[in-house]
Design a protein around this ligand. Structure first.
Ligand code: ADP
Ligand code: MG
Length: 575
């Protein structure tokens, strides 16, 4: 093939690929345009998670009829003149690419009216072909309608995730912009339901409540710090309120949502030693610094930025969040949090009758060691182990034919319970216990949709949960083995597990539910076990199909072989 310049429709599809990856990226560009137009109110309407329709209507300054065709051309913008402007950008847009990109991969309609125009104007773009501007009656502001996204790029369509995932990306995006722009009224509508609505009255905490529930919103700590020309504002969670993923850490830099930033590590450093490994805070932080201090022209979707003076900004974030945390966290509590966050008191987590050796899950066929056929043990690929004892109230020590085994009692018990529970769920043997009074659980919209999808699976494990109005559920029963666990907390923890994984398969869903249940019920690190309990645990582990890892994939045991011991003691060594 000889070298040739690409036809313009091909070139613009390539460019579009950088800006428009999924429905949420369209929403982001359109919302940013509305914000740049100084809108006070932004209505987003979608159907099929944005695949068939994304419509964003604002009451901003509008686009003059004479500039409408330009607005949808590539590299056409009202926000930038000279190259020097690139280094002091005060608007969210500046590349002049969004509308052109969106127009090249969808059917786009723009309707707009400026304050001084008597009528509005409308323009269609279909797969990059720009139509004629027509006069039409329209309210002040701009309405952009994107239909059939990627209808002409089937390859892109294939890469879209399930509706629920794409939808969640849109929910999360709008929620974050709502938090960053509390004086703008946001609405997200699908069909007849409004799933997000803010008042625009500037009250961030009420938006937090809409997103995370009143409980979480009340606990969040306010950060507010001004240093020279820089300021940091927002909310961070106290050390006791954590998530299992980083997804709830949000930074806005000069009004722009920036996902991948070294500031995330500054925040994590502020929590250093205060959180358990694998736990992350919830945070919404808004950094404002002089425009010249930050280069936003690094990434086509503008999701990354560079700082002129990164250390200074890093320090600012670290200091102000750390100060907030320490001010709100009594020091002794921190120390104990550090070790046992998430580990409830023994009396709460385990009914005394469920101590190890007794069966917390109910009768099973594999439990009783005296009736256990010998053959089953050889199947487990664990050698026969002789118990030596417990150390640190957390690990069992055992001897095998080839050295020493250290067993994590919590992980091992999780594995034992997990296999038992999965088998019982399979044969519908899990008992549900009705609550004396049903509990109502309110969730943020995205989490509510997640939980809704898992309801049939939850039933199998003894959770009786029913939808109860928009984003609410009624919990009527819990697995009997849960005892007096707080039902709302247990379900929230479950939802959190699903948030980590965008689109779990059916089998994974059940495994996840079982995994979470086991985590709650398993004996904890720090719990002293009697010799009988230790022996029972070891024996149960030997009978597991996959004894070497816990349901979450972490090892249950460490093996120190005789050869390795000899090496370590200098008896034998590599020559
Ligand atoms: P950019 O935002 O980078 O300038 P876009 O392609 O997103 O590029 O938009 C092109 C131009 O169209 C903008 O510079 C702006 O003048 C105009 N525009 C787009 N959306 C709106 C809107 N909602 N209200 C007013 N003007 C808009
Ligand atoms: Mg733009």
């Amino acid at each position: 093939m000889n070298i040739h310049v690409l036809p313009s429709d091909v070139a613009s599809q390539i460019a579009a690929g950088e800006v428009v990856e999924r429905p949420a990226s369209v929403v982001k560009e359109l919302v940013e345009n509305a914000l740049d137009a100084k809108a006070h109110s932004i209505d987003v309407e979608i159907s099929n998670a944005g695949r068939s329709l994304i419509q964003v209507a604002d009451d901003g300054c509008g686009i003059p009829a004479g500039e409408l065709r330009l607005a949808v051309e590539r590299h056409a913008t009202s926000k930038l003149n000279t190259a020097a402007d690139l280094f002091r950008i005060a608007t969210l847009g500046f590349r002049g690419e969004a509308l052109a990109s969106i127009g090249s991969v969808s059917r786009l309609t723009v309707i707009s009216r400026t304050a001084d125009a008597v009528a509005g104007a409308r323009l269609f773009v279909e797969g990059g072909h720009i139509g004629k501007v027509e006069q039409i009656g329209a309210p002040l502001g701009t309405m952009i309608r994107v239909e059939d996204l990627f209808y002409n790029v089937p390859a892109r369509l294939k890469f879209l995730k399930q509706d629920i995932t794409e939808r969640r990306a849109i929910d999360n995006l709008l929620a974050r912009y709502a938090l960053a722009y509390p004086y703008v009224r946001f609405r997200l509508i699908e069909g007849n339901t409004i799933s997000l609505q803010t008042t625009g009255d500037g009250d961030r905490r009420s938006i937090l409540a809409a997103l995370y529930g009143v409980d979480v919103a009340r606990q969040m700590l306010e950060v507010s710090m001004q240093e020279d020309e820089c300021s940091l504002e927002g909310y961070i969670s106290p050390v006791a309120l954590t998530r299992s993923n980083r997804r709830e850490i949000t930074f806005f830099i000069n009004g722009r949502w920036v996902q991948d930033t070294p500031l995330n590590s500054a925040l994590m450093q502020a929590y250093h030693t205060l959180l358990m490994v694998g736990r992350y805070p919830i945070a919404v932080l808004l950094l404002n610094i002089p425009a010249e201090e930050v280069d936003v022209n690094v990434h086509p979707a503008k999701a990354e930025v560079r700082f002129r003076n990164q250390d200074q900004i890093f320090g600012l974030v670290l200091r102000s969040t750390r100060r907030t945390l320490l001010a709100f966290t009594p020091v002794p509590a921190v120390a104990s949090q550090n070790l046992w966050t998430n580990v409830p008191e023994r009396s709460q987590s385990m009914d005394p009758a469920w101590s190890l050796g007794h069966d917390p899950v109910g009768p099973t066929s594999t439990q009783d060691e005296s009736t256990e056929p010998f053959q089953q043990k050889t199947l487990t690929n664990l050698p026969l182990l002789r118990l030596i004892g417990q150390i640190g109230a957390s690990y069992l020590v055992a001897e095998g034919p080839d050295g020493l085994y250290l067993i994590d009692q919590h992980a091992a018990h999780e594995r034992v319970l997990f296999e038992r529970l999965m088998a019982q769920a399979e044969s519908s043997k899990i008992n549900s216990q009705a609550l004396l009074a049903p509990v109502v659980l309110d969730l943020p919209p995205a989490s509510a949709r997640l939980l809704n999808d898992q309801l049939p699976y939850l039933g199998k494990f003894g959770f009786q949960v029913e939808p109860f109005g928009a984003n609410s559920f009624q919990v009527r029963g819990m697995p009997a083995m849960f005892g007096s666990t707080d039902p709302a907390a247990a379900l929230r923890a479950l939802v959190e597990d699903f948030e980590e994984d965008e689109t779990p398969l059916k089998d994974e869903i059940e495994a996840k539910i079982a995994g979470r249940v086991c985590k709650r019920l398993a004996v904890k690190a720090g719990q002293v076990l009697s010799v009988e309990e230790q022996r029972a645990l070891l024996n149960d582990l030997e009978n597991c199909a996959s004894p070497r890892t816990c349901p979450h994939g972490r090892p249950t045991m460490i093996h120190l072989s005789v050869a390795m011991l000899e090496l370590q003691f200098g008896r034998k060594g590599p020559r």
